[in-house]
Design a protein around this ligand. Structure first.
Ligand SMILES: [Ca+2]
Ligand SMILES: [Ca+2]
Ligand SMILES: [Ca+2]
Ligand SMILES: [Ca+2]
Length: 282
């Protein structure tokens, strides 16, 4: 028994060693962009906010007009990750026709995330310019490193406006900025259909899963997964009319790296090895 017990400890040590190795690997930290709306309510660095499984610290707070952060010629605000460290080379570029707030409580971190938003002007998308009001809001992220792209990443888009039942289509497309003007690109995700379910403080987080325009989800966040592009643009277009107005709010977005499958397989295999040795001791 003493000998077998030693073997069990050895197996446990292997698991601990492998897990330590996994945690030492460069797993890219999440990046959160919070749009602070027309009441300019920001998230503090220590505010833990985000949908279940995606909550993070150190959100970047932005106003309506994005331009380019950091601007390639004038510098300015850099994009930081959830650890508070600036992400090398990554730029955020976004704009909207206006900014607003849902009227929901800002007493909690999630309430502050979900209150303010980038607004749209109610007009159907047309043409190819993201500088055209009817094609806004949009949110671009550029120059993501291989620590995000090699294993793939998810984008979480939060949408919660001031009127229940409004909403529309959300998708992600390739970034097409080669001519110096922001142009529409090609869709690289499914299009999800979201309808405002009420305000966050009454509903909590509700994930949007519908990809059918005629049957939208009454929800307030979307998870796009399996992305590998270094440059993306989150797009939106209005569909559902309430009171003669259509809106597609964007309250914030997150970039979340997907853990590498190879690391997961090692951890699972090590775990099974330990279980096998324990069974033999009985
Ligand atoms: Ca603002
Ligand atoms: Ca539009
Ligand atoms: Ca709402
Ligand atoms: Ca917000």
């Amino acid at each position: 028994m003493k000998f077998s017990g030693t073997k069990t400890l050895s197996a446990a040590a292997v698991v601990v060693t492998l897990c330590s190795g996994i945690s030492d690997q460069a797993q890219a930290a999440a990046i959160g962009l919070n749009f602070n709306g027309n009441d300019n309510v920001n998230l503090a660095a220590g505010d833990l906010a985000g949908a279940p499984g995606y909550a993070q610290l150190n959100w970047n707070n932005f106003d309506k007009y994005g331009g380019d952060f950091p601007n390639t010629t004038t510098g300015g605000t850099s994009v930081k990750d959830e650890t508070g460290v600036t992400v090398p080379n990554v730029r955020a570029d976004f704009d909207a026709t206006g900014e607003f707030n849902s009227g929901s409580s800002t007493a909690t971190p999630n309430g502050r995330l979900m209150n303010g938003y980038q607004d749209s002007n109610g007009n159907p998308n047309s043409g190819t310019s993201l500088n055209s009001d009817q094609n806004r809001p949009y949110v671009g992220i550029f120059n993501l490193g291989t620590d995000y792209t090699s294993g793939g990443y998810s984008v979480i888009v939060y949408t919660d406006g001031d009127t229940t039942g409004r909403g529309g289509a959300f998708w992600i497309e390739t970034a097409n900025y080669s001519d110096g003007r922001n142009q529409t690109g090609t869709a690289i995700t499914p299009t999800y259909y979201a309808q405002d379910p009420g305000n966050f403080n009454d509903t909590g987080f509700v994930q949007v899963t519908s990809i059918i325009s005629g049957s939208p989800t009454q929800g307030n966040y979307i998870v796009f997964t399996g992305l590998t592009s270094a440059n993306i643009v989150v797009r939106a277009d209005e569909i559902y009319d309430v009171g003669g107005f259509k809106r597609t709010p964007i309250n914030g977005i997150q970039i979340v790296a997907i853990p590498e499958p190879a690391s997961m397989a090692i951890a699972v295999a090590a775990g099974f090895g330990l279980l096998g040795r324990r069974r033999r001791l009985i």
